[in-house]
Design a protein around this ligand. Structure first.
Ligand code: SAM
Length: 239
């Protein structure tokens, strides 16, 4: 997958060279290019913002540098991802969908955001997804871009050493993951649940499912996946 990120803070994206994303890069699964939006400005001050039409606080990112940047880095048919608190929520299903694309371009906004016509113009020739990483406001799209790229990259075929580990994770089946434990079996007087030491794979799977259902009901009752919604039957005995 090719990923292009356009930002006024290219250094902010340095972590894309580290850890799992860096490994994917080294393995040739992820080809990341970071671009400075200001290289598409033409004035002495390399201006990327201006006051908002209609008044109000803050500044808005100008359409001209963004238009030129996307003309240069967004080929027809690629997918433009625009981090925005008004976007569709980033969920595992969306990460999986984006992981199926060949080329993602991320446009990192700052200030009060990017002139809306930039998104409209790009949508005439590319898929555009405005994506929110949560119901809170960040200062810029860079941290959101890091989150989106990491969530997507770890789903690329060949990225995870053991692809089965992806299937059991939170949000893959509409449930939060069960609690996990490792050695030692007793730590500070706390025991690992005995079923996990039993060697009975059926009992372990049942316990894990029960824990996942209980956790989801307690922590995120709003989560419901069509394929594995938490039903009242699942919760019997837990509530
Ligand atoms: N005025 C905007 C609003 O109220 O929706 C907030 C702009 S925010 C200060 C600047 C930039 O940060 C946005 O253009 C977007 O790129 C990014 N951003 C902020 N919060 C975000 C979130 N929850 N998800 C994704 N991107 C976000």
């Amino acid at each position: 997958m090719r990923v292009d990120v356009v930002t006024i803070f290219p250094e902010y994206l340095a972590p894309l060279g580290l850890s799992l994303a860096g490994r994917a890069r080294d393995a040739g699964l992820l080809d990341v290019h970071v671009h400075d939006l200001r290289s598409w400005t033409h004035d002495r001050h390399r201006t990327v913002d201006d006051t908002p039409y209609g008044g109000g606080a803050g500044m808005v990112m100008k359409p001209e540098p963004w238009g030129e940047a996307l003309d240069a880095v967004l080929p027809d048919g690629a997918t433009l991802v625009v981090p925005s608190p008004s976007g569709e929520p980033l969920r595992q299903a969306l990460a999986r969908e984006l992981a199926g694309r060949e080329h993602l371009v991320l446009a990192c906004g700052r200030y009060e955001g990017i002139d809306q016509r930039v998104v409209e113009d790009a949508a005439t020739r590319a898929e555009v997804r405005e994506v929110s990483v949560g119901d809170y406001v960040l200062n810029g799209g860079e941290a959101a871009a890091l989150v989106i790229v990491e969530a997507v990259a770890r789903l690329l075929p060949g990225f995870m050493g053991n692809p089965d580990s992806l299937l059991e994770e939170s949000h893959e089946d509409g449930l939060l993951e069960y609690p996990v434990y490792t050695r030692p079996a007793t730590w500070r007087g706390r025991e690992v649940p005995p079923v996990l030491l039993s060697g009975d794979h059926g009992a372990i799977a049942a316990w894990r499912h029960e824990q996942a259902v209980r956790r989801t009901a307690e922590r995120r009752p709003d989560l419901a996946h069509p394929a594995r919604a938490v039903t009242s039957g699942d919760l019997e005995g837990h509530l």
